[in-house]
Design a protein around this ligand. Structure first.
Ligand SMILES: Cc1cc2nc3c(=O)[nH]c(=O)nc-3n(C[C@H](O)[C@H](O)[C@H](O)COP(=O)(O)OP(=O)(O)OC[C@H]3O[C@@H](n4cnc5c(N)ncnc54)[C@H](O)[C@@H]3O)c2cc1C
Ligand code: SF4
Length: 484
């Protein structure tokens, strides 16, 4: 048991951030972590419910982390036991502990009457203790199988797939078109949320364990599917959801209007010591920046723009402003639709809700203004989704020298990879797969955002893990287990 009745006495304490004036001068992590003693007190708040909704993948953690038991171990200071238990369900808690929105906390029973247990930061403390105390070491499989598996893409889904298959003894090679592994962990999410030494540390461990990373290889371009088929017993496609949703309004072709990922990628490359691509967007220094889209990607653009020295930053969202607290539309234990203010939002700027972009205008070929209108959301009488309707005489314009489109993703990454391989897609345009995670081509599997559509790191890790289990079964069934 955690400390009896602690949940009645102990309030939730959240991480704090470095002061805004200090943190917007660099790209380092913004969090000021809780001390171990504070984390243990937070863990003591767990009620150890008979039915822990936080732990169930259907309502809480997609990885089914065994949260109540983890909390008990931490409260009692049994960090090693906590780490072993955590790693039994989550291969990369150092990523989720930093960037997971904590779906588990939305399903915490304590959240019904008080603030939920601070599960995400307890998870981070466990794995950081593991690294600091030297518990996390490379585990090289004691025996190797003959079969070889190629994983295309090194985002969290590809990394998780490779990790699980390698630990099972397969010979795994990860092909990555970028210069370094990590996918969005490295080139999308800024260092102020996830410093890249965290990704490097994991890649180094996996390399020591025997996973081979072939970076700078664009599968479909630099190597063909035939090349993979001839050399590998199975191929897992984990190329992400790289096709960004565009905004087809007049003036879209003006200079200064870019996709958010181009902007974030450029800055992440610079912070990581790589050169910026010449064709990538310029910095936000001295500019009036408008970010279109209110999700994680948009929020990361805001924090990056401030650090580059933006004059002003405005974020537009077409959806209405969510309520401050859980509403009836997302009852417990569902993930609550509430307004979330990230560390970047707390750094300044303006957020506008229920606003649609109607056009851009500019001078000398460069954007200068973004034209908008307010919308109201109308309930669909036939039971479909609500739809936006323009509010009459609500047009307005904002100064804009740099516009960043962060409106989500509409198709799989891999620049035509699926088409080149003849892989079937589903009705949403993402890679289709069956219950065994196989695509329409035998021996070719799909994992992560490439199948699921743009999602979360925790979903990518869970999906990669389960896909690896299906690949193992496929290879086991295909032939008798072949050990070297
Ligand atoms: C800016 C941004 C911020 C985000 N912030 C968060 C957050 O804070 N928390 C959270 O939980 N989620 C966040 N997400 C979502 C999360 O990052 C993704 O859901 C997750 O990374 C998907 O993992 P994946 O492995 O499927 O794909 P990706 O991470 O996209 O990785 C796919 C990889 O495949 C490679 N690839 C593509 N084509 C080829 C090819 N032909 N050959 C070789 N390699 C190829 C790509 O270069 C890439 O490295 C964010 C997303 C974005 C865009
Ligand atoms: S991975 Fe995310 S949902 Fe799962 S326990 Fe950690 S913070 Fe919660």
């Amino acid at each position: 048991m955690s400390r009896e009745r602690a949940f009645l006495e102990q309030e939730r304490v959240d991480v704090t951030y470095r002061p805004v004036e200090e943190r917007i001068r660099d790209f380092q992590a913004v969090d000021l972590p809780l001390t171990d003693a504070e984390i243990q007190l937070q863990a003591s708040r767990c009620m150890e419910c008979g039915t822990p909704f936080c732990h169930a993948a259907a309502s809480g953690c997609p990885l089914a982390n065994v949260i109540p038991e983890l909390n008990t171990y931490v409260y009692r200071g049994h960090w090693k036991e906590a780490l072993d238990l955590l790693l039994s369900t989550n291969c990369f808690p150092e990523f989720t502990g930093r960037v997971c929105p904590a779906l588990c906390e939305g399903a915490c029973v304590l959240g019904l009457i008080r603030q939920p247990v601070n599960i995400c930061k307890i998870e981070l403390a466990i794995v950081e203790q593991g690294f600091q105390r030297g518990y996390l070491k490379a585990h090289v499989p004691s025996s190797r199988r003959r079969e070889r598996v190629a994983v295309v893409g090194s985002g969290p889904a590809g990394l998780a797939t490779a990790h699980v298959l390698n630990r099972a003894g397969f010979n795994v090679t990860v092909y990555e078109k970028d210069a370094k592994p990590g996918g969005i962990l490295r080139y999308g999410i800024p260092d102020f949320k996830l410093e890249k030494w965290v990704v490097d540390q994991r890649v180094e461990l996996m390399t020591q364990e025997g996973v081979v990373f072939e970076c700078g290889v664009d599968v479909g371009e630099d190597v063909s599917y035939r090349f993979l088929r001839d050399r590998y017993d199975a191929v897992v496609l984990a190329a992400g959801a790289g096709v960004a949703r565009d905004l087809a309004v007049p003036g879209r072709d003006l200079d200064g209007i870019h996709f958010a990922m181009e902007f974030l990628r450029r800055q992440n490359r610079l912070v990581g010591g790589e050169r910026a691509d010449p064709e990538q967007p310029p910095t936000a220094a001295g500019k009036n920046v408008v970010v279109i889209g209110g999700g994680d990607t948009g929020s990361d653009c805001i924090g990056t723009a401030w650090r580059q020295g933006a004059r002003q930053v405005t974020q537009l969202e077409i959806l209405p402003e969510p309520p401050a607290t859980r509403s009836d539309s997302t009852p417990w234990p569902q993930w609550p639709l509430i307004r979330r203010d990230s560390s970047s939002h707390k750094e300044g700027g303006t957020r506008l809700w229920s606003v649609d972009t109607t056009s851009f205008s500019g001078s000398q070929g460069h954007v200068r203004e973004i034209h908008c209108a307010r919308v109201e959301w109308i309930a669909d009488k036939t039971g479909g989704r609500p739809f936006p309707r323009k509010v009459s005489d609500s047009d307005f314009a904002l100064e804009a020298d740099l516009v960043l489109i962060a409106m989500g993703f509409v198709g799989p990454g891999g620049t035509g990879l699926a088409e080149r391989l003849g892989i079937a897609k589903d009705e949403r345009g993402f890679v289709a797969r069956d219950a065994d995670r196989s695509t329409n081509i035998e021996g070719v599997f799909a994992a992560g955002d490439m199948h699921r559509g743009a999602s979360l790191v925790v979903h990518a890790i869970a999906d990669g893990t389960r896909t690896a289990q299906k690949v193992t079964r496929y290879l086991n069934e295909k032939g008798a287990t072949r050990y070297v």
